[in-house]
Structure formats: structure tokens, C-alpha cells
Design a binder for this molecule. Structure first.
Ligand code: HEM
Length: 153
């Protein structure tokens, strides 16, 4: 339910990654509780969170799995969380079926407006292996858009 009432986290990972995958013949994109948004990005509904002018913590739910190259390429983003202290923070997600949560990206607030945050996203050291270590840490990924649940604005 990527609606205005409950809030949502929208992220497209990286445009060039989506374009690369879209050219692989056996690609498969599986979504569970996640919706495809405009321009190929994905929307995860918010399940919990708080936002003050200082600290923001939001948990989203749902699973996105990108598979290709007969399963050798497997990127799982499950239940992404955003935590911000002031204007900087991190994005974490569960990336394995075993349920380990790991930090994937560093975040910086680009735009803060009523009910929404647009976040600049850089790959963190721990996030690089998810993409086969092809993007070095620090690589700029797609922005994350966080739409806050109505009652938390
Ligand atoms: C059979 C195994 C694989 C083959 C043959 C393969 C082949 C390729 C090729 C040819 C490119 C260059 C594409 C281009 O520049 O247009 C590429 C890029 C890439 N591959 Fe793979 N790959 C394989 C496995 C993987 C795995 C396991 C991952 C891990 C997630 C991965 C992630 C990537 C990424 C992130 C890029 C860069 C895409 C971009 O942003 O331009 N690949 N791969």
C-alpha cells in the first residue's frame, strides 16, 4: 500500500543497474509487498517510524529480489530501514534469506519538505558486495524518497 496515509520508501537502486539487468535475457524481478513505481523504481510501504527535526527512523517492509545469469546475480532488498541523525544517516536492509540486516548505503538529506524527504544515497563499504563489488564504496546510487505517514508529519 504505497499510499499517502501509511507512507512509503521509494528507491530504484541504481538506474544503470536496472538498465543492465533489463538487457539480460533470463532476468527475473520478484516483488512481495513492493510496488513498481515510476521510472522503474520500487515502493516499499512504511511499517513503523518516528521523525523529529533531529532524528528520523523509518522501517519499510516488503521484498525485492532481482535474479539473472542463472541465479549468479541475486540482489535481495528486504524490509529497508532509514535512520537519520540530523541530515546524515544510513539505509539498511535484509539481503539474505537467513535474515541478516546490513548497512548498504550512506544517506544525506537533499530535500526536506512537508511530509517527504529526498535522500542522496552513496554505497557504503558493506553494501558493495551486494552488487558484486562492481560499484566501489562511495558510488552514488539513486535517490531515496521517503514519504512520511500522515500521522507522523
Ligand atoms: C554469468 C555471470 C555474469 C556475467 C556474464 C556478467 C556480465 C556483465 C557484463 C557484460 C557487464 C557490462 C554491462 C554493460 O556495461 O553494459 C556487467 C555489468 C555489471 N554486472 Fe554483471 N555479469 C555476471 C554476474 C554478475 C553478478 C553475480 C553481479 C552481482 C550483483 C553482477 C553485477 C553487475 C553490475 C552491478 C554491473 C554494472 C552495471 C552498470 O551499472 O553499468 N554481475 N556484467
Amino acid at each position: 500500500m504505497a499510499d499517502d496515509t501509511h507512507g512509503s520508501l521509494t528507491w530504484g537502486l541504481k538506474k544503470s543497474f536496472r538498465e543492465y539487468v533489463s538487457g539480460i535475457s533470463d532476468r527475473n524481478i520478484a516483488l512481495d509487498g513492493v510496488e513498481e513505481a515510476t521510472e522503474g523504481s520500487f515502493t516499499f510501504p512504511i511499517s513503523d517510524g518516528t521523525s523529529t527535526s533531529e532524528d528520523t527512523t523509518f522501517s519499510a517492509m516488503g521484498t525485492l529480489i532481482v535474479r539473472a545469469h542463472r541465479g549468479m546475480l541475486l540482489v535481495r532488498i528486504q524490509d529497508p530501514h532509514v535512520t537519520l541523525s540530523g541530515s546524515a544517516g544510513s539505509l539498511s536492509a535484509i539481503t539474505r534469506p537467513t535474515g541478516e540486516r546490513q548497512q548498504l548505503c550512506r544517506l544525506d538529506v537533499k530535500v526536506r519538505e512537508a511530509g517527504a524527504l529526498i535522500l542522496r544515497v552513496e554505497l557504503a563499504d558493506d553494501g558493495a558486495p551486494l552488487f558484486g563489488d562492481i560499484y566501489p564504496p562511495g558510488t552514488v546510487m539513486d535517490d531515496v524518497t521517503l514519504r512520511l505517514p500522515r500521522e507522523k508529519r
